[in-house]
Ligand binder design. Structure first.
Ligand SMILES: [Zn+2]
Length: 312
């Protein structure tokens, strides 16, 4: 059986591999959860992330964030890949599946445990709402269970999550965050930071609805004593009435666009004009858009909000 020490060594070796990959050039990623088909807002974010990687002569990875298995939908992985390829957004290397990397996340948990950075929390959603602090619209943990010394492996039927004791400077923006959920699943933020570090990602570009996640993730980089990567958030795509796009409220997916007779050049043109990269009613392929932006020396960073720029 592997000892705790060798697990930790394996984790940090994987971090070092990621660090050397990061040193070789730009690497971005698109990391959807396979909970259903991508809607136009997701595709627009994917387009910006892909363009940035290609304009930086870098790599663009596709990672499927499929850890939350009860939420995964049959056929979603295939439809995500088909939609990206239909739009000409091809990725580099093999598709990465979080479900195949659980050992790595478990060693991250064991590292934090060995550092005394984990505590058990038995708060329920109800008590959390009542007791917790907020950072903007984001709720941060009150610290209620931190010094109670609750058992990390409690008896059956006692729902217990594991929280990470974050560095004091993150207590307001992130708080002591969950790294293992009470149902035993690895928490999204932990898995995603381990992935960015080990896959050699330099920059994450994602929708602005995920900007509070950045503060949580920065706290995790710090807990690993690793330099953070860069983040940028694309303003959300809105419906014509100004409301947020969602799957429920007309967040159109590729299949329904195809049924309406749209070809991929029309869709790329529509996404690019929504971002004000091209005039409205432009039709062009993703590669033509890339050439056009290169020729105009467009700085895609101007599209991004809530940025954090790594010093590396
Ligand atoms: Zn608690």
């Amino acid at each position: 059986m592997a000892t705790c020490k060798s697990l930790n060594e394996g984790l940090f070796e994987a971090f070092n591999v990621g660090k050397s990959l990061r040193g070789k050039g730009y690497c971005g990623r698109f990391a959807p959860s396979p909970t259903g088909p991508l809607h136009l807002g997701n595709l627009r974010t994917a387009l910006v992330s892909w363009l940035k990687a290609r304009m930086s002569q870098g790599k663009w990875l596709l990672r499927i964030d499929d850890l939350d298995t009860p939420r995964n939908r049959p056929g979603a992985i295939e439809s995500i890949q088909n939609d990206l390829l239909w739009l000409g957004l091809s990725w580099d290397d093999q598709v990465v599946f979080q479900s195949q990397r659980i050992d790595l996340y478990v060693s991250a948990l064991s590292f934090f445990k060995s550092q005394g950075k984990i505590f058990a929390c038995q708060c329920t959603r109800k008590t959390l709402d009542k007791d917790n602090n907020t950072f903007g619209e984001f709720i941060t943990y009150s610290g209620k269970c931190k010094n109670l010394g609750l058992d990390l492996e409690p008896k059956k039927d006692q729902l217990t999550s594991w929280r990470l004791k974050v560095n004091k400077k993150f207590s307001r923006t992130a708080g002591d965050l969950i790294v293992r959920r009470s149902d035993g699943f690895i928490a999204y933020h932990l898995a995603t930071v381990v992935d960015e570090l080990t896959l050699g990602i330099n920059e994450v570009i994602r929708g602005n609805d995920l900007n509070p996640a950045m503060y949580v993730q920065l706290a995790i980089f710090d807990a690993f004593n690793q330099s953070p990567i860069s983040y940028g958030h694309v303003p959300l795509m809105l419906n014509s009435d100004g409301t947020k796009l969602s799957k429920r409220h007309g967040g159109v997916c590729v299949d329904s666009l195809k049924k309406q007779g749209m070809n991929s050049s029309k869709v790329i043109g529509c996404l690019a004009s929504d971002l004000k990269l091209v005039p409205s009613n432009t039709e062009l392929s993703s590669l033509e858009l890339l050439d056009y932006l290169r020729s105009k020396k467009t700085n895609l960073d101007n599209l991004l909000q809530e940025r954090f720029t790594s010093e590396n």
